[in-house]
Design a protein around this ligand. Sequence first.
Ligand code: OGA
Ligand code: MN
Length: 291
Amino acid sequence: MEIVPLSDAVGAEIRSVDLRETLSVETLDQIEQAFHDYAIVLLRDQDITLEQQKTFALHFGELGSRNRPGPKPNEIDEYGEHVMLVTNVRENGKAIGSLPDGEMTFHADTAYFEFPSKATMLYAMELPSWGGNTLFSNCYAAAEQLPEEMKRRLDGQKAMQVYEYGTTLKTKEKYDRENFPHYAHPVFRKHPATGRSALFVSELMTEEIVGMPKAESDEILGKLFEHQKKAEMVYEHEWKVGDLVMWDNRCTIHARTDFPRDERRMLRRLTIQDTTPVVEGAVPYRQAAAE
Ligand code: OGA
Ligand code: MN
């Protein structure tokens, strides 16, 4: 197996692994290590069934449910509880999957739950002629590279994560908290495997720093969202059919670029449930002071 970094920011490609085969414990350990070291792993040229994708995913934990409280997007039922088709393909004018069209703002999946997904796995099946790239931003780097003063201001704070299902662009100032899930998580969360602190906010889902005056909270969040978009923190993935990408949802956020509405895009998505609670991370300046 070969592990090749995808960028200076985040991510690595794992080569010479065929997911149709039974993987040895040693291979799986190496993949898990790469996942912890690089936060995103890419395996190219895979030709796998849903069952093979599930078998691979189950090495990293239990599958998460695609089911969501509140209004449900229109989804194909034959794929069952755990599978989400991320697609703009339409039948009788209705999208057959979720997150159909166009650009998406940066987010961490299910950040608005008490137990956000540990990881998400997308397998590319059909792609448009341009766009639909997925951007990944490194939340460890984002935490570490904040100005010292900002680290101090955010030390020990929590941020409210809210999301109205089906929204792909942050266009509303406030989501409807009565009818949609929301949860306040630490701004800096500690990764249970690596011990590192990650900046756990995102433009699509984070509405406020809890307990802070609105003007101050808006100003800080605005700065954090811009910080997360800096080129040196971001890897942009240009999909090829057969790509399987698994990202660590505890230390990365992701977004999507626009693509033509009239061209088919289809990715098969599984998530891995987290079993450990979200824990406050040491703010990097405190971490450094303790070392
Ligand atoms: C997701 C997601 C982005 C994409 O599946 O959670 O954000 O590129 N997908 O479709
Ligand atoms: Mn997502």
